[in-house]
Design a protein around this ligand. Structure first.
Ligand SMILES: [Mg+2]
Length: 223
């Protein structure tokens, strides 16, 4: 049994700005900033890091534990709305076919490695009708450190499925490539997010492809 671990944003789906929109609404509601998340780097970063970056930029301090919990609660609430309303939301080309094909195999366990808080991850996957394919993962709610949550996804996947074979991460940013490497895993990088094929190659991705329909994906996954 092998583990195949998917990132979500820019890899399986594009939320059409729903995540950013929910952050904007949250900081507007709680702190009165109209465009709090504008200009904040968020691609490939974990939700807790993004939230604290916004707080540092706008409030000039980090949120304490109870404020952070309140922000997360409001963010998840707004995200339900922004996902529903997002006209640009889409499942990326080849994602559904690949996930369905992998689910049908009995030598692969499918998991998630994502910076999203766990409920946000599943809200996005439900919107894409992909949630039922994933039973475990590592999430931004587990750690702000992507390498750490990658290790947690592997541990959980092995415990749940009895997998003792290889594991691979599929993601769209340099952070996916780096944290996979830090967890001792190869990364199949897809240039469907914010990073170019050249950047992903330069970062040391073992495979880099323009999209999930590329034939090299199935070769890399040995399917
Ligand atoms: Mg991503």
């Amino acid at each position: 049994m092998r583990l195949v671990l998917f990132d979500i944003d820019g890899t399986l789906i594009s939320s059409g700005g729903a995540g950013l929109g929910a952050l904007q609404r949250t900081f507007a509601e709680l702190y009165g900033f109209a465009d709090a998340a504008t200009g904040i780097e968020y691609h490939g970063l974990t939700d807790p890091i993004i939230v604290q970056s916004i707080a540092r930029a706008r409030l000039e301090r980090e949120l304490d534990e109870s404020e952070f919990a309140r922000v997360v609660e409001r963010y998840l609430d707004h995200l339900g709305d922004t996902l529903r309303e997002s006209p640009g939301f889409r499942t990326l080309p080849g994602a559904r076919e690949l996930v369905e094909e992998l689910t049908a195999r009995d030598d692969v366990a499918l998991g998630l490695v994502t910076g999203n808080f766990e409920p946000a991850a599943f809200a996005k996957l439900r919107r894409a009708n992909l949630a039922d394919h994933f039973r475990f993962g590592g999430f931004g709610s587990d750690s702000h450190d992507r390498a750490e949550l990658t290790r947690m996804a592997v541990e959980r996947g092995r415990a749940l499925s009895g997998a003792n074979g290889s594991a691979i991460v599929i993601g769209d940013t340099k952070h996916d490539v780096r944290s996979a490497a830090a967890a001792g895993l190869p990364c199949l990088a897809v240039a469907t997010g914010n990073a170019s094929l050249e950047d992903l190659r330069a970062e040391g991705a073992r495979w880099a492809v323009p999209g999930l329909e590329d034939p090299l994906v199935r070769e890399a996954l040995e399917i």
